[in-house]
Design a binder for this molecule. Structure first.
Ligand code: MRU
Length: 353
């Protein structure tokens, strides 16, 4: 069995009733783990991107809901179910775009409500087992996407990626970085270009950190350099993750993704979006229906700088995600297989598989 990853950094651990998260806001400088003891800790970790990346948010929230369920000390099942429902509603309010958050919380609450429980203890045990199952399934999904994704790539390719859809954005291995890890192990000499990904620098702080750690050739560029590296002929494929894919194949991902997709089309470069089925939202018809998170302007002009880099009181617009129109997406890589257009038909089929 291949190693797949030559280093073992996980965004979360759940051991002996304790949930610890790698605080991704401290990377790349420090590898610090924080403990999640309450639902408020969990909400704060998601909101402030201590845990981030759609699949990782889903898995962490599942454990977070269990941590909160343990706070219920009574023995009345209906009251316990209300406690869990209200915890799920609260956690779900932390970030709106990545569907994995509501997907995981709904899976747990609906599963609880669909069963009959002889005791609160029994229901709590089920919650923990289901959270662990979500965790395991995500690891398996990433491995499968690694294999499918690698079948689209060739040795020596130049690959551009945006944001971070790597091992720390998932339970393990990553979505769009999984084929790069797998290929690296099999001797493909990829040359990866990582967009820095303003304003929160997931590409600079996280993608270049994890690829570098794995010994993969990675070059960091500013977001506005993507056209230059494409024009030079250095990019053979673009790989990105996704936070929510609508039923028609429009995909929301980190702000800046859609611009990269438009450029890729212009330069005749395939654009691959990696989307586990937990990120496909068949209840959202098109990208226009996806709620895009707006964040504080300080992230643009103040964060990372010693002093503000804009005039005081400047107006800002800081959407955290954008939607790539399905017409720019060459293929969608899921854990169940590769989906090609027409997406409205073929996503339905893959979801039923
Ligand atoms: O705001 P973030 O850092 O949570 O945004 C993350 C992304 O946009 C990722 O590309 C996406 O969640 C896919 S992660 C496998």
């Amino acid at each position: 069995m291949e190693q797949f990853l030559s280093f073992d950094i996980a965004p979360m651990h759940f051991d002996e009733g304790k949930l610890t998260l790698l605080d991704q806001t401290r990377l790349p400088g420090e590898e610090v783990y924080i403990e999640i003891e309450t639902k408020e800790d969990m909400w704060d970790a998601i909101y402030h991107l201590k845990v981030r990346g759609a699949p990782a948010i889903g898995v962490a929230a599942a454990y977070g809901l269990y941590v909160d369920a343990l706070k219920y000390e009574g023995d009345y099942v209906p009251e316990f179910l209300e406690h869990v429902k209200s915890g799920a509603k609260y956690l779900n309010s932390a970030r709106p775009t990545a569907v994995n958050l509501s997907w995981a919380l709904n899976r747990l609450t609906e599963g609880l409500l669909d069963n009959t429980w002889s005791s609160v203890e029994e229901a709590k045990e089920w919650l923990l087992e289901e959270a662990k199952t979500i965790h395991r399934e995500d690891i398996e999904a990433c491995k499968a996407m690694g294999e499918y994704g690698l079948s689209l790539l060739k040795e020596g390719m130049g690959i551009l990626t945006h944001c971070n859809a790597g091992t720390i954005a998932t339970a393990k291995y990553g979505t769009c970085l999984a084929p790069l890890y797998l290929g690296h192990e099999r001797g493909y000499d990829f040359r990866v270009f990582a967009d820095e990904t303003r304003p929160l620098l997931q590409g600079a702080r996280l993608t270049s950190w994890e690829l570098n750690k794995a010994g993969i050739d990675v070059t960091l560029i500013c977001d506005n350099m993507a056209a230059t590296v494409m024009k030079k002929g250095w990019i053979d494929a673009v790989v990105v993750g996704c936070d929510r894919m609508a039923a028609n194949g429009d995909g929301a991902n980190k702000i800046g993704t859609s611009g990269v997709a438009v450029l890729a089309k212009e330069y005749g470069i395939p654009f691959y979006m990696y989307v586990p089925t937990s990120t496909i939202d068949m209840n959202t018809p098109t990208g226009d229906d996806i709620h895009i998170e707006l964040r504080k302007g300080e992230e643009i002009y103040e964060m990372w700088y010693e002093k503000p880099m804009a005039p005081e009181g400047i107006k800002t617009f800081n959407p955290s995600f954008d939607v790539t129109d399905h017409k720019y997406i060459t293929a969608v890589i899921t854990e169940k297989g590769i989906v090609r257009p027409p997406y409205d038909e073929n996503l339905k089929k893959i979801m039923m598989k």
